[in-house]
Design a protein around this ligand. Structure first.
Ligand SMILES: Cc1cc2nc3c(=O)[nH]c(=O)nc-3n(C[C@H](O)[C@H](O)[C@H](O)COP(=O)(O)OP(=O)(O)OC[C@H]3O[C@@H](n4cnc5c(N)ncnc54)[C@H](O)[C@@H]3O)c2cc1C
Length: 431
């Protein structure tokens, strides 16, 4: 037994050649997987690895998290600790939102927002600027109050909101080091109810866009680009005032039974609807913990554009409906507030995200993505880092004014390039 934890053999294991991401569309090329259980072991492994990446819950759809060696932090003690005075919670780098939510619920606390599912790791979501929805809600990385990371020399770096360069560290794309602890803002627990409205026309969406996206705390529009949108999911925070139950939303009818975002799929794995109040952690995501989320066997892409271009950008995609629809499971349109995090797609602008859940037809999807990226280019669309996109580093460089600062930060924190990988070179740093 080493003084720092279990025997060294458990810290390095041969990676199964078939090890792949959640969706199954990306097979990791890594040959070793390390599973340390102490911070000291993380430091040693990182300092000795020629090339390494932390792997989170593997929910990304591309090679962002690949390397010749991978490190999972899921054996580190979760060590979730609440600081009531600072209104924060801190947790280890391998914790998932679902596990965190259980602890927060027990403490009567909450996060401001969640993505569509609670199964993802907090550090992995933060690294890629994962977001939920809501006009006034920033992406999930904006909740980060402090970070601790192990850099490629094995040193521990800590930074908190307000420190120089903190805004560059948070959405780090996994390129700056292994995030071993994260501190997030929390607030008193609250209840949420969600209602689904069906058949919103395109005209109504365009005419009342602001009123629709502000009709709840978190709003999602689902569509398959038919004659009308399919569904609007409205999640509202429960207040003391009685709910003003609406039978329709700008002509869209309130659903009378539970729905899955994809029409025709059993909603059994979806969070409860029909206005039934429930804890924030069981309503803000679309999918419930303990169930396999979404439809599986899918690919996702998402483009984030400035909110002022919302209608024109949606129209541009709608014009491609004929090519998009045969490959599509469903699209989701959400809003996210502006932030100051250098590599966040929401940097400096309130945004909408146009998200695609595709069928697993990789080559055909990439052909359609070429058209989608051309259609969205006039709006300077920024692709979601964790999803499939075609833009290369030269195109990305035009979209991120703080990219030169981020590149310098990568050089400074990782001068030997241990956290660099093919994805980072070709999509972000290589221009
Ligand atoms: C079904 C499904 C639904 C989704 N819904 C949403 C959604 O609602 N909104 C949205 O914006 N996105 C969504 N995503 C995308 C997803 O949130 C991102 O891909 C996110 O990065 C996944 O986190 P992960 O832990 O699985 O990361 P991974 O894919 O494992 O890793 C992503 C990146 O984070 C880095 N990383 C992970 N942990 C650490 C750490 N401790 N230290 C340093 N770097 C680290 C990795 O190196 C890699 O670069 C969804 C994905 C799926 C499969």
């Amino acid at each position: 037994m080493s003084p720092n934890g279990p025997p060294a053999e458990t810290a390095g294991a041969r990676l199964d050649a078939r090890e792949h991401n959640w969706a199954g569309n990306y097979t990791y090329r890594a040959e070793r997987l390390h599973r340390p259980s102490t911070l000291e072991q993380v430091r040693e492994i990182v300092a000795n690895a020629p090339r390494i990446r932390v792997v989170g819950s593997r929910h990304s759809f591309n090679g962002i998290g690949d390397s010749s060696e991978l490190l999972t932090l899921d054996a580190l003690p979760a060590d979730v600790s609440v600081d009531r005075e600072a209104r924060t919670v801190s947790l280890a780098g391998g914790v998932r939102y679902g596990e965190l939510a259980e602890v927060l619920e027990a403490e009567g606390l909450a996060l401001a927002n969640l993505a569509s599912l609670p199964h993802i790791s907090v550090a992995g979501a933060v690294a890629t600027a994962t977001h939920g929805s809501g006009d006034a809600n920033g992406n999930l990385a904006t909740a980060v109050a402090a970070l601790q990371l192990v850099t490629s020399s094995g040193e521990i770096v800590t930074a908190r909101r307000g420190d120089a360069d903190f805004d560059g560290l948070v959405v780090g794309l996994g390129a700056l080091g292994a995030v071993t602890r994260i501190t997030l803002d929390v607030e008193p627990a609250y209840q949420v109810r969600q209602r689904v409205f069906e058949g919103l026309t395109w005209d109504a969406l365009f005419e009342h866009f602001d009123a629709i996206t502000s009709s709840g705390y978190s709003v999602s529009v689902f569509t398959r680009w038919g004659k009308a949108t399919d569904q609007v999911w409205v999640k509202s925070r429960v207040t003391d005032a009685p709910e003003q139950v609406r039978a329709d939303l700008f002509g869209a009818r309130a659903a009378t039974s539970e729905r899955h975002p994809i029409l025709g799929i059993d909603p059994i794995n979806c969070t409860q609807q029909l206005g039934v109040p429930g804890p924030w952690s069981d309503r803000l995501s679309h999918f419930r913990m303990g169930f396999t989320p979404s439809a599986g066997d899918e690919i996702q892409s998402e483009y984030i554009v400035a909110r002022r271009h919302a209608v024109a950008a949606i129209e541009a995609v709608r014009a491609l409906a004929g090519a998009v629809r045969p490959l599509l499971q469903v699209c989701e349109i959400r809003t996210t507030a502006a932030d100051r995090l250098w590599m966040s797609p929401q940097y400096g602008q309130d945004t909408i995200g146009i998200h695609f859940t595709w069928k697993r037809a990789e080559n055909a999807v990439k052909r359609v993505l070429a058209d989608v990226e051309i259609a969205l280019a006039p709006f300077a669309a920024r692709p979601h880092w964790g999803k499939v996109f075609l833009a290369d580093a030269a195109a990305i460089a035009r979209l991120y004014e703080r990219l030169p600062d981020f590149s310098r930060m990568v050089e400074r924190l990782d001068p030997r390039g241990a956290f660099r990988n093919e994805w980072l070179e070709s999509r972000v740093l290589g221009a």
